[in-house]
Ligand binder design. Sequence first.
Ligand code: NAD
Length: 335
Amino acid sequence: MTTLITGGAGYVGSHTVVALQAAGRDVVVLDDFSNARREVIDELRLLTAPSLIMVEGDAADRPTVEQLCDEHDIDSIVHFAASKSVPESLADPLRYYRNNVESTLSLAEVAVERGIGQFVFSSSAVVYGKPPELPVTEETPATPQSPYGATKLMCERMLADAAAASAMRVVILRYFNPVGAHASGRIGERPLAAAQNLIPVVMRVAQGAAERLEVFGDDYDTRDGTAIRDFVHVADLAEGHVAAIDADLGGHTSRVFNLGTGVGTTVLELIDAAVTATGRPIPYEIVARRPGDIAASWADCSRAHAELGWRAGRGLAQMLTDHWNFAQHCRDMGT
Ligand SMILES: NC(=O)c1ccc[n+]([C@@H]2O[C@H](COP(=O)([O-])OP(=O)(O)OC[C@H]3O[C@@H](n4cnc5c(N)ncnc54)[C@H](O)[C@@H]3O)[C@@H](O)[C@H]2O)c1
């Protein structure tokens, strides 16, 4: 019952380490710290056990992965390790193919060779590109619009093919927009460079570290003209992995699941909720749409509910309160 978690020092991975340990699994974390701070491991040891095993290394490095699997009797892999920025992937696509596809290929090879039974893969709603219909179901055609999205879809297909030809069972989780942090405020979203996605910028404005938020477009065909997204608490996502790792896929060798709340929130609604959660003003200005952004995306999560018994339980207010709590903790620590 030992799970190898690649990218376990990162945002979603660190919360999943805590959730899997709480569910009674032993975990081994592999991370190269290309987008995480080493202090996260100290926090994880406080939240789980001082003996938590952490190995620094590249998930694409087969000898490292093979040694870990043999030493720790790994029976399942949860693969988070990846590069994840859409703009970065447009600027440097080959780095994205190299890191995301190569790591997944190496891990899958080792998993099949070692007879590792369950492989859970972090995918993304980004694979849907511009969805032709809403809500987005797992059957909505996947037409990624960026190299990052293309790498995720490529990995999904590679894993599904490997599962069809082996005893490995693959669960592909397509996350919508993760927000929030652990209730303790000890772990949360903490990349090495200041994140440019919406919630971290909202938090920086609320803290007074940035002057105002730019809202990209108020002329979309939505209820207030701003873009709609499906925000989901990172702790709910983490619990989704606990459900996935024990999933009985019935007759399927691989299965895709959307993980979101099924609720779409506009950017202006999000700002209102963030003002309430933080008790701070969040000045914003409307600027032009960003090329490539889509008007609206939210998930149909009924498959995850029916087949994994999973449903996101935490609402937007909780997500923002927890995200703010963590942002304040980091500021108090001087980081
Ligand atoms: N956060 C999101 O908005 C989001 C949405 C959908 C899907 N995802 C996917 O979820 C996964 C985790 O995302 P996150 O937000 O936690 O990102 P993150 O950057 O916080 O975590 C990724 C972790 O993987 C590590 N890493 C990267 N490449 C590695 C490699 N080759 N070997 C070992 N470690 C490596 C990084 O150091 C980091 O700790 C990614 O696969 C991402 O594509 C994230």
